[in-house]
Design a protein around this ligand. Sequence first.
Ligand SMILES: Cc1cc2nc3c(=O)[nH]c(=O)nc-3n(C[C@H](O)[C@H](O)[C@H](O)COP(=O)(O)OP(=O)(O)OC[C@H]3O[C@@H](n4cnc5c(N)ncnc54)[C@H](O)[C@@H]3O)c2cc1C
Ligand SMILES: NC(=O)c1ccc[n+]([C@@H]2O[C@H](COP(=O)([O-])OP(=O)(O)OC[C@H]3O[C@@H](n4cnc5c(N)ncnc54)[C@H](OP(=O)(O)O)[C@@H]3O)[C@@H](O)[C@H]2O)c1
Length: 433
Amino acid sequence: MSLRVAVVGSGPAGIYTAEALVKQSAEPVEVDVLERLPTPYGLVRYGVAPDHTSIKSIANYLRKVLELPQVRFLGGVTLGSHLSVEDLLSCYDAVVYATGAMVDRRMGIPGEDLPGSVAATDFVNWYCGHPDVDPDRFVLDSPEIAVIGVGNVAVDVVRVLAKTAEELAATDVPHDVLERLGDSQVKAIHMIGRRGPEHAKFTLKELRELGELANADVCVRPDEAVVLGADFPRQIRGNIDVLQSWAARAPVGRPRRLDVRFWLRPVEILGADRVEGLKLERTRLEDGRVVGTGVYETLPVGMVLRSVGYQSVPLPGVPFDASTMTVPNQAGHVRGREYVSGWLKRGPTGVIGTNKSDAAETVRTLLSDLAGHDRVRPASLDDLLRSRGVEPVTYEQWRHIEAAEEALARTLGRGERVKLVGLDAMRDAFRGR
Ligand SMILES: Cc1cc2nc3c(=O)[nH]c(=O)nc-3n(C[C@H](O)[C@H](O)[C@H](O)COP(=O)(O)OP(=O)(O)OC[C@H]3O[C@@H](n4cnc5c(N)ncnc54)[C@H](O)[C@@H]3O)c2cc1C
Ligand SMILES: NC(=O)c1ccc[n+]([C@@H]2O[C@H](COP(=O)([O-])OP(=O)(O)OC[C@H]3O[C@@H](n4cnc5c(N)ncnc54)[C@H](OP(=O)(O)O)[C@@H]3O)[C@@H](O)[C@H]2O)c1
């Protein structure tokens, strides 16, 4: 009898876990991949920037896993509302949690709740057409915007803000969002790092792309580009060289301007009813810690976008370590027949490929734990869902959503696909309306 495993979450971690489970030869395994959205691929669909089409095409690899005969996709099924951990354990020999990290971190400064102070998670969800965020959520009516953080998500966000709607027209950005981007009043974008160029988290390839923006001048202040020491790893040396080369060149009068700033930390978001400014304090390192110097400056921004990292949310009934915001585990094992993989396991860092080796570790642990054990699964998930009136979205229905998105792109004369927004539009697509 095959081992039956439920994988919760259909992002890279969930799908790589399913692949590693069915592609090993020690034991026949069948996998159900449960996903709260009607659509698979997690952040590959709702995180990776729309203009990074080659990275988005990783979905073509992930799709092949969902098409394997031993793998089944069940969309629109949420652990915590439709099903409990006990339900899953009664239907499967093992459960792997791979629900990622879907909420933002906060900075903990005054003014963070003012209208106009927003999380990159929301902004990314908006331009990616995530059903949790209304396409009307953002109006880019401020001439100046600050983006806090110098990681790769911040780079994605500033690039989308800097590009014209024409440059993004061939991407899958929802049409209403593209129109909002076309109406953008943004002239200046300030990207703020609280430490120096040598500490920035963005990677060289992503940084270089900012220097190729046709619609924006990229500016770095020479005094902020100074770096002490010379002995840096190649990637960091590359970042420093690029930033110093930008510091040495003058703007050429492109419509938008991107200021990449360092050694500044946000201390207060200013404004009475909405964001009217951002107060920053110059910083330095003391014993490796960022400390303020008591020297301040204020930027006249109407929007502050914090891109200071994602974090996982606890799953009901699943152990959670609030200090690391991850599920505590030993090489992927949580307890009993429960396992974890991906960002929920190790925190919100690492590229898509990192989740493959991470999933492989979890699967190794799972298979070695369950080898030779009796199969225990008295209940059937399909019966359980039916009794609760939950009708999962099948893989074929998801393919109808994809087809509708491709048809929409043809109708609008845009690229390969344009995202449908909202659960109703997706349901209409697979119900053929
Ligand atoms: C904005 C952004 C851009 C990125 N761009 C790149 C890039 O260009 N290149 C790159 O290599 N890496 C990129 N990354 C990193 C990459 O996306 C992650 O490494 C990867 O997605 C993590 O995989 P995951 O499966 O753990 O989480 P996720 O991809 O978040 O997948 C988790 C899935 O679980 C589902 N889920 C959540 N809760 C439940 C529940 N209760 N029940 C059922 N399902 C649930 C979610 O809907 C989601 O589909 C980016 C990350 C971000 C945040
Ligand atoms: N193209 C790609 O490959 C791509 C695209 C997007 C995302 N990703 C990956 O996804 C992961 C997540 O990316 P991310 O950008 O969200 O996270 P990240 O790489 O951890 O960057 C977070 C940034 O926020 C800063 N920060 C944190 N708290 C702050 C605070 N209170 N005030 C000011 N600044 C603060 C950090 O500065 P400190 O360093 O000082 O803490 C850092 O610059 C990364 O591994 C990334 O590489 C990859």
